[in-house]
Design a protein around this ligand. Structure first.
Ligand SMILES: NC(=O)c1ccc[n+]([C@@H]2O[C@H](COP(=O)([O-])OP(=O)(O)OC[C@H]3O[C@@H](n4cnc5c(N)ncnc54)[C@H](O)[C@@H]3O)[C@@H](O)[C@H]2O)c1
Length: 360
């Protein structure tokens, strides 16, 4: 059932609206026309097309659209596939006054944003995120990229959307693991500063996370928080780095497991636990707050996750992560719940000690 739709403005007067709520799709119809004066390309995931295409595509009825149905999988977020899509866009008659609408999870969002950033030197992009992760995280902030064999998200740009429409009713069909991937990022936002989200998650039972009002609050709180951070530091010259909380260790775990056997959500959840423990061991995070934060991570993101990696190997991987600059490893740390600090080098022995026995 449709509820109230709320708007979050990102990057002020020259920025864009993120429309959140069950029923937000109706705004897509009303607003998309503003951004496309010529043919519009709709880049849509195959799964989403089959499940929700009949509901989403008619909303764009006022635009002259052509749909590009994209197979599912991270492997399609590639330069090769982008070249195919660029050729399709040209053949489909897109021009310099066209727009791109990306409909799907973070893979489609990153890919369609990448196409929009480069085609004819840049077209407006509208994101219609359909996973929880894409709603709480990837659709906001303008990072777009594809992968190359040397690594994920290596080739990309900052290309802010013109509009984001996050209709939480689309999440009803989302598999459990994908809900958990998004939840992890919402927990991250709660721990690094979104107080209302923290309070909401603390009083919510794990079995309640699919309730429409809980999803709505999770997306709204996350978008408001991330939008504010992006507004202060659009191109990640400084404090936007706090959004990497849990990701320094998380990336190492994903890369060690060759992106198999551990989901992004599980890796980041384990990463948050490690970075909380490091913060505590360095005397920054009091024991009570460390426990409270760990409990929140365990409650939503980690049930049943057991991963055993050699801690020295994890640290070795972190050394090569593109996020670690100047030869030192700088995970985001907490001085308290809601008080992240970044750019602090941590010695490898401290990292190893914090991770030892943490996930046994
Ligand atoms: N740009 C950023 O700031 C940013 C931030 C975080 C992650 N990312 C990127 O996001 C990607 C991961 O995104 P993701 O977690 O959304 O994964 P995804 O895009 O692969 O989607 C996960 C699966 O859910 C399916 N799906 C999507 N919507 C559905 C729905 N409503 N019902 C049922 N199934 C549905 C998809 O078809 C897919 O199989 C990665 O490539 C990552 O690098 C980008």
């Amino acid at each position: 059932m449709d509820g109230p739709v709320r708007r979050v403005r990102v990057l002020g007067a020259s920025g864009y609206d993120v429309v959140v709520g069950a029923g937000a799709l109706a705004e897509l119809g009303r607003e998309a026309r503003r951004f496309s004066r010529e043919r519009t390309a709709v880049i849509i995931s195959k799964t989403v097309h089959d499940l929700h295409g009949a509901r989403i595509l008619p909303q764009l009825g006022e635009c002259d659209t052509r749909a590009f149905v994209m197979p599912d999988g991270e492997e399609y977020k590639s330069l090769d596939f982008a070249r195919d899509a660029f050729e399709w866009m040209l053949g489909a008659g897109l021009g310099r006054k066209s727009a791109v609408v990306g409909v799907g999870g973070g893979v489609v969002g990153d890919f369609s944003g990448f196409l929009a950033a480069l085609f004819m030197r840049g077209l407006p992009v509208i994101h219609v995120p359909t996973t929880l992760l894409a709603m709480v995280d990837s659709s906001v902030g303008g990072k777009v990229a594809v992968n190359i064999s040397a690594g994920k998200n290596i080739v990309g740009a900052f290309h802010q959307p013109s509009l984001v429409v996050a209709d939480v009713s689309l999440l009803a069909t989302l598999p459990e693991e994908e809900i958990r991937n998004g939840l992890t990022e919402a927990v991250k936002h709660a721990l690094i500063g979104e107080k209302s989200l923290l309070e909401m998650l603390e009083r919510t039972a794990p079995g309640e996370v699919r309730k429409p009002d809980v999803l709505d609050a999770m997306v709204y709180g996350s978008v408001r928080f991330k939008g504010d951070v992006v507004g202060r530091d659009e191109h990640e010259h400084g404090m936007r780095a706090i959004l990497n909380f849990g990701h320094t260790v998380g990336h190492a775990l994903e890369s060690l497991s060759a992106y198999r056997g551990i989901s992004h959500g599980q890796a980041v959840a384990l990463g948050m636990k490690a970075e909380l423990k490091i913060s505590h061991n360095l005397g920054m995070l009091p024991a009570g707050e460390c426990r409270e934060a760990m409990d929140l991570v365990d409650k939503f993101a980690l049930a049943g996750t057991r991963v055993r990696f050699d801690t020295a190997e994890i640290v070795r991987h972190m050394r090569f992560d593109k996020k670690n600059s100047g030869g030192s490893i700088r995970p985001v740390l907490l001085e308290g719940i809601g008080k992240p600090v970044y750019d602090i080098p941590v010695e490898e022995a401290v990292l190893e000690e914090a991770m030892t026995g943490l996930w046994a």
